[in-house]
Design a protein around this ligand. Structure first.
Ligand code: ADP
Ligand code: ZN
Ligand code: MG
Length: 486
């Protein structure tokens, strides 16, 4: 029997705020272990949490960007469980009254756009981090760092509407782009700033019921999510094919060995005994707050990609690449203003992105060297055919490492692009005089001979002539001869 997968994702987004979710401790990575802690995030008796407004602002930005409904009054709850990296033995989160409800993330995959429906987005705090086991003298020890305990997190939950592992990878890529675009998180999965648990079940293809799901944890890269889901879907299909039943379970995926291991089965499912946190008042987001967060939203990536495609006449593929990051889209629009949009997109996508990749530069480094105005001046010369193809690439390469206008770069390297008719005409005439045979062939209708004549002029110019200009001049001169000779 053919099966189809049903997948729902639970994503955690670590917010890049200055302080923690419920106290004033700084959010800072690489600080000495257990240095960014206080009575509140350590859960000492008598300490009182207070909600970080900047974190809620970030949550509102994400929720509104995704078209969620914002609850005017949401509630923080305690999720109770014992774990050594959680000093309070409960985590402050939101449960039955989360901040944001519904909404959808638009996704383009293989040219098809789908809206992935969301269940909710809620605000919560992160746990600490444990390191184990390590050897200490003769003993094996585990250590715990509470610096991360209390760092603001958003949890975003999708409806069970994803169907393919590749679609989940596209979802996470789009979510990562969005949180960076909104400037609320660095969204790096390898660094744990974006985390994902994947819930998956299978069912006979085309049916509408739901099968028993398993949950994959420990997925720390987008590729890992895709591979882990692929392995788990295959495992479930194998169990059913052998006449077995899927048991509800939480699995760990080991991406290095492409292996799944059961972490806990249903019998040990947690009962978190959620209840409203008595130390925190309900979180009230009035219309003024909500609307000011909405007004602060930048143009969203999918809307911007559509506008860029339309306004600059570039294919949807180019627009998607250029709108992968906000600063890249900004730079492109500055370069394309008043220029040939497709020409600008070609140079950015092929040449610039290649250099950034090779040198591992952020865009800011590039912009410092090649500000938009400088690139526009270069593109104008390329568009006017003043720089022949290979020379344009050479000039572009010089621009990356050297200051100066195009003319200065050419002069510094002893190269002169000969493009003017006055410079080229004597060479063109000389070549016509020296090659009566090919000229006669050309005039007799063998137009392919023109390429040979262009080559001769290029040779005489020491490679510094602009081929397009040479070609046009040759055609004009030869047309004159055809008329006078007839
Ligand atoms: P739980 O109570 O086990 O946490 P939830 O109902 O909260 O389950 O859903 C958690 C995630 O699992 C959501 O992303 C949801 O879309 C997804 N999900 C729920 N049921 C299924 C299913 N049968 N198959 C796949 N995913 C599912
Ligand atoms: Zn603290
Ligand atoms: Mg749940």
């Amino acid at each position: 029997m053919a099966y189809e997968a049903v997948i729902g994702l639970e994503c955690h987004i670590q917010l890049r705020t200055r302080s923690k979710m419920f106290c004033d401790c700084p959010v800072e990575f690489g600080a000495a272990p257990n240095s960014n802690v206080c009575p509140v995030c350590l859960g000492l008796p008598g300490a009182l949490p207070k909600t970080n407004r900047a974190a809620i602002d970030a949550a509102l930005r994400l929720g509104l960007a995704l078209g969620c409904a914002v609850r005017a009054e949401s509630v923080f709850a305690r999720k109770n469980y014992f774990y050594p990296d959680m000093p309070k033995n409960y985590q402050i989160t939101q449960y039955d009254r989360p901040l944001c409800v519904g909404g959808a993330l638009p996704l383009s995959l293989d040219g098809v756009t789908r809206e992935i429906a969301l269940t909710r987005i809620h605000a919560e705090e992160d746990t600490g981090k444990s390191f184990h086991p390590e050897r200490h003298g003769d003993r094996r020890v585990s250590r715990v760092d509470f610096n991360r305990a209390g760092v603001p997190l958003l949890e975003l939950v999708t409806e069970p509407v994803l169907r393919e592992p590749a679609e989940c990878a596209a979802f996470l890529t789009a979510l990562r782009r969005l949180v960076r675009w909104l400037d609320i998180s660095d969204g790096d999965m390898e660094k744990g700033q974006l985390r994902c648990d994947a819930n998956v079940s299978i069912r006979p293809a085309g049916s509408s019921g739901f099968g028993v799901k398993t949950e994959l944890k420990n997925l720390n890269s987008i590729k890992g999510v895709e591979k882990g889901l692929t392995a788990e879907i295959a495992r479930q299909a194998g169990v059913l094919a052998a006449g077995g039943r899927i048991e509800q379970a939480t699995l760990l995926y080991d991406a290095d060995h492409d292996r799944l291991a059961v972490m806990r089965s249903k019998e040990y499912a947690h009962d978190y005994r959620y209840f409203p946190d008595p130390d925190l008042p309900a979180l009230e987001v009035d219309e003024a707050w909500r609307e000011s967060a909405r007004a602060a939203l930048p143009e969203l990536p999918w809307a911007r990609a559509a506008r860029v495609a339309e306004r600059y006449g570039v294919p949807a593929y180019d627009a998607a690449v250029l709108c992968d990051q906000r600063d890249l889209a900004d730079y492109y629009e500055e370069c394309a203003a008043g220029a040939d949009g497709k020409l600008a997109s070609n140079w950015l996508m092929t040449e610039m992105l290649r250099v950034l990749k090779e040198r591992g530069w952020p865009l800011a480094e590039w912009r410092g060297r090649v500000p938009a105005g400088r690139l526009r001046a270069f593109l104008a010369k390329v568009a006017a055919k003043e720089l022949p193809g290979p020379l344009a690439k050479q000039v572009f390469a010089w621009m990356v490492d050297e200051p100066g206008a195009v003319e200065e770069l050419l002069a510094r390297h002893g190269v002169r692009a000969q493009g003017s008719a006055d410079e080229l005409r004597p060479l063109v005439r000389q070549v016509i005089e020296e090659n009566p045979g090919p000229v006669t062939q050309y005039l007799g209708g063998r137009t392919a001979t023109l390429g040979f004549l262009v080559g001769q002029v290029m040779k005489k110019s020491g490679g510094q002539a602009v081929p397009q200009a040479v070609k046009e001049l040759l055609e004009a001169e030869l047309a004159g001869r055809a008329i006078s000779g007839s």
